[in-house]
Design a protein around this ligand. Structure first.
Ligand SMILES: [Zn+2]
Length: 135
């Protein structure tokens, strides 16, 4: 995914990334970062090249969850890996460290997918998961 102009490899699928904050009961917060009602980013196909790399891998494009269009504070929240609730409570300690890894198209080539995820979830007023329909 891309946030704050940097591409990262997340340790989990986008909709499974959990908040790293500690709850008042001293337990690991289990909230997801992704707000189902208001997704912060969009899936896009982007060139799979590294800024520093001259050599493009064989895959020309890759699917990327792009948060570039989200407000700066929202991108900071993702970078800090906090849910909406804990983003507002800066005094809550982090129980885990955010596990973003700077994305490297050569080292992480197995994570490069040339197609958008079929199950990319969209807000649906009926509450049902819906197949993403894109040309
Ligand atoms: Zn949380």
């Amino acid at each position: 995914m891309q946030l704050l102009y940097v591409r990262y490899l997340a340790a989990r699928p986008v909709d499974e990334i959990q908040c790293v904050a500690q709850t008042r009961r001293r337990q690991h917060c289990t909230s997801a970062l992704l707000a189902p009602d208001s997704p912060s980013g969009v899936w896009r196909l982007v060139p799979a090249t590294a800024a520093s790399s001259q050599l493009a891998p064989s895959a020309a494009v890759m699917a990327l969850y792009d948060l570039s269009g989200a407000p700066y504070t929202e991108q900071l929240r993702w970078r800090a890996q906090r849910c909406l609730q804990h983003a507002a409570i800066s005094t809550a300690a982090d129980l885990a460290v955010a596990d973003w890894e700077p994305f490297d198209p050569l080292r992480h080539h197995e994570h490069i997918h040339t197609r958008l995820p079929a199950r990319a979830r969209r807000p649906d007023p009926t509450g049902r998961a819906r197949e993403e329909a894109r040309p």
